[in-house]
Ligand binder design. Structure first.
Ligand code: PLP
Length: 439
């Protein structure tokens, strides 16, 4: 302990980071307020990525800060296994009230990854509870991201997140992804591509519906580089799932809480899935928390299939419904409501779209995609060095005072929903300047 050196970067094995590269030229954030971070060298950095797609109400929001402080002093921890505390029930009710349809039952986790694995487990256990234990297969989609648990990477479709980790879950198949460069520079949802959902029929024909538990997709694929769904695609998935008794799971870890100008993508697209995963914006990123929301009938199936005093679902986390996370979640939902932030995102969408597409014609830009307050700007890769140009752009944006997210050669932009139009212009202006100077 005494040997620990302050500011020694060695010990922290950083997630999803080129550790040696980072530690040779670190980028540290030391404070945040509103739509800005402060860097360790004292610069104001415009937050173009809501942290990591999570701080939808912006940073340093006093009501959330105070709620967490009060909660820590009043009740620091309480178990939720065979015990409870009031705020977990209150937050679950508030989340249920926000969700469309009969998505009314809320299971708390601590992250999006845990939410994804929880949803997959619930899907398989649900079919068993209703007497169809043969339904164990899970269907995901190429380029999908559902966190890093074994369930999430098995159903997910990002090769680098899968290939190092063995044989993953058995009995998983994948739909094709929905991206098509022939539709480059589409504004909003692509008008064509609905037929890609019909591929699910082929997968069902191959495996037989009696073996398939669920399909999980992000309504808008975020982490792979922002792929809005083709018009009618999600509706088609819903139709095929209904036809074959397959559960439809929407991973709304990014799309939830206003990112697409509605509370949830399920609302924006008018499709009610059977299970929804949430995280990130649930607490505005302040205290780790995720959730799975299930339709009422699904929950009732578990209740009806177990003896009166029996545990109905053998699953949970020590920190499921942690008091600090619940307090943060309640204060966050109040802010979203009181400031009308979901509606604000919808109002900003046309300006945001215009600003994003103003980069068309900038050097290296091969596609721009957008929906709600999220955009992806895809750059042509440097031959033989995939990802190098994207990373260079990301670093240069940071040096120029803008935080974005980079995945391969795609810059993803998803600012806090409190952003002003002039700041949206500033954001895309910085990217434009960086692109003009990029190799
Ligand atoms: N699902 C989606 C759609 C995500 O975008 C993410 C994270 O970006 C996750 C799941 C995983 O969430 P977490 O990093 O909190 O485990």
């Amino acid at each position: 302990m005494d040997d620990a050196r302050p500011n020694d970067l060695d010990a922290f094995w950083m997630p999803f980071t080129a550790n040696r590269q980072f530690k040779s030229a670190p980028r540290l954030l030391v404070a945040a307020e509103g739509v800005h971070y402060t860097s360790h060298d004292g610069r104001q950095i415009l937050d173009g990525s809501s942290g990591l797609w999570c701080c939808n109400a912006g940073h340093g929001r006093q009501p959330i800060v105070e709620a967490i402080q009060r909660q820590a002093a009043e009740l620091d921890f309480a178990p939720t296994f065979q015990m409870g505390h009031p705020k977990a029930f209150e937050l679950a009710s508030r989340v249920a009230a926000l969700m469309p349809g009969d998505l009314d039952r809320v299971f708390f986790t601590n992250s999006g990854s845990e939410a994804a694995d929880t949803a997959l487990k619930i899907a398989i256990a649900y079919h068993r509870a209703r007497g169809e234990a043969s339904r164990t297969r899970l269907i995901g989609r190429e380029r999908g991201y559902h966190g890093v648990g074994f369930g999430g990477i098995s159903v997910g479709g990002i090769s680098t997140n899968r290939k190092f980790f063995g044989s993953l879950l058995p009995g998983v198949d994948h739909l094709p992804h929905t991206h098509d460069m022939a539709r480059a520079f589409t504004r909003g949802q692509p008008a064509t591509g609905q037929e890609l959902a019909t591929e699910l029929e082929r997968i069902v024909a191959l495996h037989d519906a009696s073996t398939i538990a669920a399909i999980m997709v992000e309504p808008l694929a975020g982490s792979t580089g922002v792929l809005p769904p083709p018009v009618g695609y999600l509706q088609e998935l819903r139709r095929i799932c209904d036809k074959h008794g397959i559960l439809l799971i929407f991973d709304e870890v990014i799309t939830g809480f206003g990112r697409l100008g509605k509370g949830f993508a399920a609302e924006r697209f008018g499709v009610v899935p059977d299970l929804v995963t949430l995280a990130k914006g649930l607490t505005n990123g302040t205290v780790p928390m995720g959730a799975v929301v299930a339709r009422d009938g699904l929950y009732q199936t578990f209740m009806d299939s177990a003896a009166e005093n029996a545990i109905e679902l053998f699953h949970g986390y020590t920190y499921s419904g942690h008091p600090l996370a619940c307090a943060a979640g309640l204060a966050t939902l109040d802010l979203y409501r009181d400031e009308g932030l979901f509606e604000r995102a919808a109002e900003l969408e046309p300006h945001f779209e215009e600003a994003a597409h103003s980069l068309r014609g900038s050097p290296h830009v091969v596609d721009i995609r957008n929906l709600g307050l999220v955009a992806g700007i895809e750059l042509a890769p440097i031959p033989g060095k995939p990802g190098a140009r994207g990373f260079d752009a990301f670093v240069k944006c940071y040096e120029a005072g803008l935080l974005t997210r980079v995945t391969g050669d795609i810059l993803a932009v998803s600012p806090p929903l409190i952003i002003e139009t002039r700041q949206i212009d500033e954001l895309f202006g910085i990217i434009g300047e960086v692109l003009n100077k990029l190799d």
